[in-house]
Design a protein around this ligand. Structure first.
Ligand code: ATP
Length: 254
């Protein structure tokens, strides 16, 4: 299922943001703090109604898609994905199945199987009976990713999914996300991870799309200087060839 964002405008925050994610592609949104990345995602997962512009899922504008349908199609891991009450991890992941259930439906054996598999994919099956609130930041993040996977969405929207994760889990979560074959739109702060794991990147700057393209097209010293105000060397990764950035220390050559 493809995602189209056209001329998205949110009062004083986003200005005519347009981007498209092809079905099954993994796209990253990158940009400095406050550039509008989370606000763009909020419009996609329907937490925010734009002043102007349209978000479409599979060619249908969100305002013509019943909430239940978009909840089935799209899962979001957000900066506000909080769990307030003392649920167990298994209960939190089971919430991912709710859009697929109706009325007084009870959880089926298949639901439980899907949830167990989702937990196992993020290396968290051993946490199933723990209280969610007792988990570390990284463990919580993996459980919230499992909840999104349990939803079996066609589109995954992720706001900094590697937050709190150690390097091994950062890599395994991004590899997993890529292996799903699901359409993914993710905000990532780490530009090297974004280059390695995304098909295309959209660089946001002051609420506008500054540049869009493959990591090689987008992550140039010029864009990094103009948008992020850093000096960087771009070198090919020795095995994968994807661009990787080496940042210049501020006092070096300044
Ligand atoms: N509800 C709101 N009311 C007023 N300003 C807002 C609101 N939501 C976001 N903003 C502002 O809009 C700008 C963009 O915010 P957004 O969270 O989209 O940025 P971001 O690129 O995700 O930033 P970060 O990298 O720091 O997470 C920021 O200046 C933020 O303070």
């Amino acid at each position: 299922m493809d995602v189209r964002v056209e001329n998205l405008t949110v009062d004083r925050i986003l200005h005519d943001v347009t981007l498209a994610v092809g079905s099954g592609e993994v796209h990253g949104i990158v940009g400095p703090n406050g550039s509008g990345k989370s606000t763009t995602l909020r419009c996609v997962y329907r937490a925010l109604k734009p002043l102007k512009g349209v978000v479409s899922l599979g060619g249908t504008p969100l305002d013509r898609l019943p909430v239940k349908e978009s909840a089935k199609a799209l899962a979001a891991l957000t900066q506000d994905s909080h769990v307030e009450f003392d649920f167990t991890v298994a209960e939190v992941v089971a919430m991912g199945r709710l859009p697929h259930q109706t009325g007084f439906d009870r959880e089926t054996a298949r639901d439980r199987e899907i949830c167990a598999e989702a937990l196992s994919r993020v290396d968290a099956d051993h946490l199933a009976h723990r209280s969610f609130l007792s988990l570390s930041g990284g463990e919580r993040q993996r459980v919230l990713i499992a909840r999104a996977l349990a939803q079996q969405p066609k589109v995954l929207v992720l706001d900094e999914p590697t937050n709190h994760l150690d390097i091994s889990h950062q890599l395994s979560v991004l590899r997993l996300v890529r292996s799903l074959g699901t359409t993914v739109l993710t905000v990532l702060h780490d530009l090297n991870l974004a280059a390695a794991h995304c098909d295309r990147l959209h660089v946001l700057h002051e609420g506008r799309v500054h540049t869009t393209g493959t990591p090689r097209e987008v992550l140039t010293p010029e864009v990094l200087r103009e948008v992020f105000q850093v000096r960087a060397h771009v070198v090919p990764h020795p095995t994968s060839g994807v661009p990787q950035l080496l940042f210049e220390h501020p006092e070096v050559g300044s």
